[in-house]
Write a protein that binds this ligand. Sequence first.
Ligand code: CA
Ligand code: CA
Length: 172
Amino acid sequence: MVSSEYERRIAARFAVFDQDGNGYIDREDFSQAARSLLAEFGVTARSDRGQALFIGAEAFWQGMAGIADRDGDQRITRDEFVTGAVKRLRDNPERFTAIARPFLRAVLAVADESEGEGEGTTVTSTGRVLRVLGIPADIADTATAALDPDHDGRITEDDLVAAFGAYFTVRE
Ligand code: CA
Ligand code: CA
C-alpha cells in the first residue's frame, strides 16, 4: 500500500465524517454530529433549531449515500468515499456543496448565540463547531480566520459552504 500526502489528506477528511470512528460513514455519524453540536450550544433536539439540524443532517447523509454508497448497504467505506465522494466533489463541487448546505445553514443557526436576533454567527462560535466535530485545532483556527475575510467577526452561510467545499476538495 502506497502511503502518500494525498492518502493522508483523504484519511483526515474521512475521519471528519466518521464521527464515531468505527471505520465507515453511516447515518449514525450524522446524527451523532447533530447531537454533539446541540449539546455544545445548549440547544434542545425538539426546538426549531434542533429539528432543522437533524433534518439537515439526514439530508446530508442521504445525499452522501446517493453519491458514494455504491453497493447500497447504508455504509460508506473508505474506498467508496474516495471513489464516490472525493471524485464527485472534484468533478462537481456545486452538487456536493448543495448536499451539505441545509446542514451547514442549520449548524450556523445552532451556533448563533444571539438565537437569530440578527447578530449572526461569530468566528468564535464557528471555531467551537469545528472543534466539536473533531477538526484538528490548527486547521480549525486557520479555517475560521479564512472564513472571515472582511474581519467583521461574523461568518456567513456562503463563506462556510465555500470553505467546506474547499476543505473536502482533495486533488492528487
Ligand atoms: Ca462511523
Ligand atoms: Ca456501501
